[in-house]
Structures are given as structure tokens and as C-alpha cells.
Design a binder for this molecule. Structure first.
Ligand SMILES: O=CCCC(=O)O
Length: 502
């Protein structure tokens, strides 16, 4: 690691210290930024920096893109089986280094170790899945209306892709995007979030070890200030043909605008404001277990988390009582502590936003049943598990992504009323419903406006299921059969006129 040993004390020890890199990775080399500037990587559980990474800016983009493009020219011709084998090798190496990768993840995101393991298991689902997908990319052949013609389609990789990824699930987001791109025959440049570059660099190191050629997966790190400049340079570079972004709707619109100038293909996984509908006839144990895990996953910092929990009046009091009792049991602490069941939020901005949302709700008449405050503990960014009732549509907390361990409850009477309320948002990422009435469930599946519907199910993200939203939650699909790899392919149509076939 560059100069960090003297400047910072590493707060953990790895079994395989080779995994730890804090320079950008371009064309198989560990490189500094042209400016030589760096930014600090902070442990959210203590607020202390523990390493630094290059602050790349627009001046660093061309070399990285040219490397990716040079690699693309040969990588596109590698057989799908060879691409699958590299993805499988990458998958095995990540699994072999699971303990260490989890440690880095804990010290970058703050999530508890058990959740870090969970993220790695979830994420290697993508490498495994896309290894399989690589060999199943196929075109078609058919006879059109004109009988002397034959039409065929082939699928070809788009070219260099750029991935702009968030900090909440840095392993899952990289493997979901890079898995699809590399399976398709594209190369990729990743711009990790400033909070989680080291996790991403460890994955790049393992991709290199897995045999991917130089330039197949480049990583350019940068800080918060230079993120817009670096991202814009990537979106505008003529050799970048595709951009995949996961993050806020506000930034997603900027990315779409930048890419629209050159009609680049874009996948946008944007904000969520996901409703949960729990009906009187639901299995309360099932709903509790599923939604509790969903809500408190990574201290509420998931785009598909439960943002608004609607409970029907017949079970409302009982459900709330159980929710409060379970929430009281949460042990908030550093992700590396064995007793911890919920870590800090990842950034101080997360604390500020949660406080502002709670304050706004309170000022508009909501009741705070528990929590509502930051926890001052060891310098970390901790927030109390918080339960709020009496939430109304005019409150910011019911309009915005909370991204903190704050649960909001709303009582409802009828299916019609709750569907209207659930859909009353510009977002459409995921919705969840709990009922044992099959007809109602089917209606909810059809009537809820979201890209993913959990039916008696909380978190349903999986490599084999298409992931993606509608409305202002974005467009395009990641993961799932055919659709995710298709985001990185073009379809070329050939038409052939056949003579002598009477
Ligand atoms: O936060 C967004 C991604 C969460 C997931 O993949 O389940």
C-alpha cells in the first residue's frame, strides 16, 4: 500500500495481505492519480481514517479508457467458454478470500461481519450466474415473409462499459455489473464510491489473479468533490459505449443527460421509496421476520428497504408492539464486534439526513415511539433504531428514501386505499405485500407500481431474478436470465437472399 503504513494504523489484520491495495488499478498496474492527490478512507464505526486512495479527476480518464478499449479489441474475440472460466475462477477466489474481503467490507461500510458474509454470498451468486450466462448468448435464424430470404441475428458486445457504483453494497454492485459486462465480452471501468474503494480494489486484484487480461476491469478511485468531474469524463468519453449507474434519482438523471448527448446505452438503478402492505390475514410471524430483516439490513441503507410500512387496522397494534419489542433487542456497535447486530450508517451525511427526517415528521405530528437520535459512541456514525407512527403523506419521511434504521408505520383500512397510498410516489423500485388471500395477492402483484414485488417475502434480490425499477427508480435490468447480459450487447441483423431454392 502506498505510504499508508507510516501515516495510518491499520485497524485489522488480514490472512492474505496481498488483497490490500490503495492505488487505482489500470491495465494491470497499481497507479497514482496524475495530480498525486489522495483522499482518506474512513471506518464508519470509529470515524477514523485508516488508509488513503488516489483522487483521480478528468485528466486520468483517457488512459484508463484507452486501456479498456485496447483490451476490448482482443477480449471480445475470446470464446464464451474462456470468459465463463475466468468468471468461475474469479468466483472461487472471492469465496476463498471471503473472510478477508468481509473484514475490508466491515471497515469501509460499517456493516456487521455476519452481514458482510451475507453480502459476499449474495454477490458471488452473480459471478456464478454470469459465468453460466456467458455461454448462453445466442442469436436467431428465421425465414421472413419473403420466401427467398433468410434472416439471422447475432449478439455482439457493446464495447467499454463504465460502472458508477454506490457504497452500500460495493461487492454486490460490482459483481452484478462487471459479471454481466465480462460475460457479454465487454470490458469495464469501475468508479467506486469514495467510501468503499478498498473493497473494490480487492475484487480487481482477484479478477487479475483469475486471469482476466490487462484492462478487462480497471478501477479509478476518487473523492466526493471529484466524483462529478470523473463521472462526466467517463460518460462523455467517445470510447465508453455504455454506463451503468446505481445511486440517487437526482444523479441518475444527470448521468442519463450526459449519455443522451451521444446516445449511449444506460442502465439506471435509482432511488426507492418502497412500501410494505401487511393485511389482517397475513402470517404475522412471517411478515415480522421478513420485514424486520429487510428494514434493518445494513442499518436501513438499501435501495429496496422498507420505507413505508402500512399495516391493516385489525393487526396494527399487535404488529407494532412486536416490532418495538424486537427493535429494542438490536445491539448497535462496531461491525467487527461479535455482539453487534446493527452497525453504524456509513457516512455522517446519513446521520444528518435521518435527524432532519425525524425532526420534520415530529413537527408535522408524527409520534416517535423509540429512538430518533444519533448515538455518540467511539466516534462512529451510529443511529438509534427508530420507530415512528402517525406518518402522513406530507412528511418528508414518506416521500424520500430514509437510508437509516428508521421504521415508519401507517394504519390502513382497505385494499383500495392502501394501494393508492403505496403507489403515491414518483419511485417504483420494489413493493412488498403480506396476505394469505391468493386473489388479493394476485391483484396486488398487478396493481402495485414497482419493478419488483415481494409477496410474503422481504428481500428477494438474487442473481437469477431480474433486478430493476420503474418510474423514477430507473430503467434497465441487472441480474436475471438474458436481460442483464442484454444490457451489454447489441443485436445485429443479417438478411440473406437465397438463390436456387424453389
Ligand atoms: O441498495 C441496493 C441494492 C440492494 C440489493 O441488491 O439487494
Amino acid at each position: 500500500m502506498m505510504g499508508s503504513a507510516q501515516k495510518y494504523e491499520l485497524p485489522f489484520k488480514l490472512n492474505n495481505s496481498e488483497l490490500l491495495h490503495n492505488l487505482s488499478f489500470v491495465h494491470g498496474e497499481w497507479v497514482k492519480s496524475k495530480s498525486g492527490k489522495t483522499f482518506e478512507v474512513v471506518d464508519p464505526g470509529t470515524g477514523k481514517p485508516w488508509t488513503e486512495c488516489p483522487t483521480n479527476d478528468a485528466a486520468d480518464v483517457d488512459a484508463a479508457v484507452k486501456s479498456s478499449h485496447e483490451c476490448f479489441e482482443s477480449y471480445r474475440k475470446i470464446s464464451p467458454r474462456a470468459r465463463a472460466q475466468m468468471l468461475f475462477k474469479w468466483d472461487s477466489l472471492i469465496r476463498e478470500n471471503k473472510e478477508d474481503v468481509a473484514t475490508i467490507l466491515v471497515y469501509e461500510t460499517g456493516k456487521p461481519r455476519a452481514e458482510a458474509y451475507g453480502e459476499i454470498d449474495y454477490s458471488t451468486g452473480f459471478t456464478w450466474w454470469f459465468a453460466g450466462e456467458a455461454e448462453r448468448i445466442q442469436g436467431s435464424v428465421f425465414t421472413p415473409a419473403l420466401p427467398d430470404r433468410r434472416v439471422f441475428t447475432i449478439k455482439q458486445p457493446l464495447g467499454v462499459a463504465a460502472a458508477l457504483v454506490p457504497w452500500n453494497f460495493p461487492i454486490a454492485m460490482i459483481l452484478r455489473k462487471a459479471g454481466a459486462a465480462l460475460a457479454a465480452g465487454c470490458t469495464m471501468i469501475v468508479k467506486p464510491s469514495p467510501e468503499t474503494p478498498i473493497t473494490v480494489l480487492a475484487l480487481a486484484y482477484l479478477a487479475d489473479k483469475a486471469g482476466f487480461p490487462k484492462g478487462a476491469l480497471n478501477v479509478l478511485t476518487t473523492d466526493l468533490d471529484k466524483t462529478p468531474e470523473l463521472s462526466e469524463a467517463l460518460c462523455r468519453h467517445p470510447l465508453v459505449k455504455k454506463v451503468s449507474f446505481t445511486g440517487s434519482t437526482r444523479v441518475g438523471k444527470l448521468v442519463a443527460k450526459l449519455c443522451a448527448d451521444n446516445l449511449k446505452k444506460v442502465t439506471l438503478e435509482l432511488g426507492g421509496n418502497c412500501p410494505v402492505l401487511i393485511f389482517d390475514d397475513a402470517n404475522i410471524d412471517q411478515a415480522m421476520a421478513q420485514i424486520f430483516a429487510l428494514k434493518y439490513r445494513h442499518a436501513g441503507q438499501a435501495c429496496i428497504t422498507a420505507n413505508r410500512i402500512y399495516v391493516q387496522s385489525g393487526i396494527y397494534d399487535k404488529f407494532l408492539e412486536r416490532w418495538n419489542a424486537e427493535s429494542q433487542k438490536i445491539v448497535v456497535g462496531h461491525g467487527a464486534d461479535k455482539a453487534t447486530t446493527m452497525g453504524p450508517v456509513t457516512t455522517p451525511r446519513g446521520i444528518e439526513k435521518a435527524l432532519a427526517l425525524v425532526e420534520d415528521a415530529k413537527s408535522k405530528g408524527a409520534t416517535i415511539h423509540m429512538g430518533g437520535n444519533a448515538i455518540s459512541k467511539d466516534g462512529g456514525y451510529f443511529f438509534e433504531p427508530t420507530v415512528i407512527t402517525g406518518v402522513t403523506p406530507d412528511m418528508d419521511i414518506s416521500k424520500e428514501e430514509i437510508f437509516a434504521p428508521v421504521s415508519t408505520f401507517i394504519k390502513f383500512e382497505s385494499e383500495e386505499e392502501v394501494v393508492k397510498a403505496a403507489n403515491d410516489t414518483s419511485m417504483g423500485l420494489a413493493s412488498y405485500c403480506f396476505t394469505k388471500n391468493v386473489d388479493r395477492m394476485w391483484r396486488l402483484f398487478e396493481n402495485l407500481e414497482a419493478g419488483m414485488i415481494g409477496m410474503n417475502t422481504g428481500n428477494s434480490s438474487a442473481a437469477e431474478s431480474p433486478f430493476g425499477g420503474i418510474k423514477q427508480s430507473g430503467y434497465g435490468k441487472e441480474s436475471g436470465k438474458d436481460v442483464a447480459v442484454a444490457e451489454y450487447l447489441i443485436t445485429k441483423t443479417g438478411t440473406f437472399t437465397l438463390e436456387g431454392q424453389s
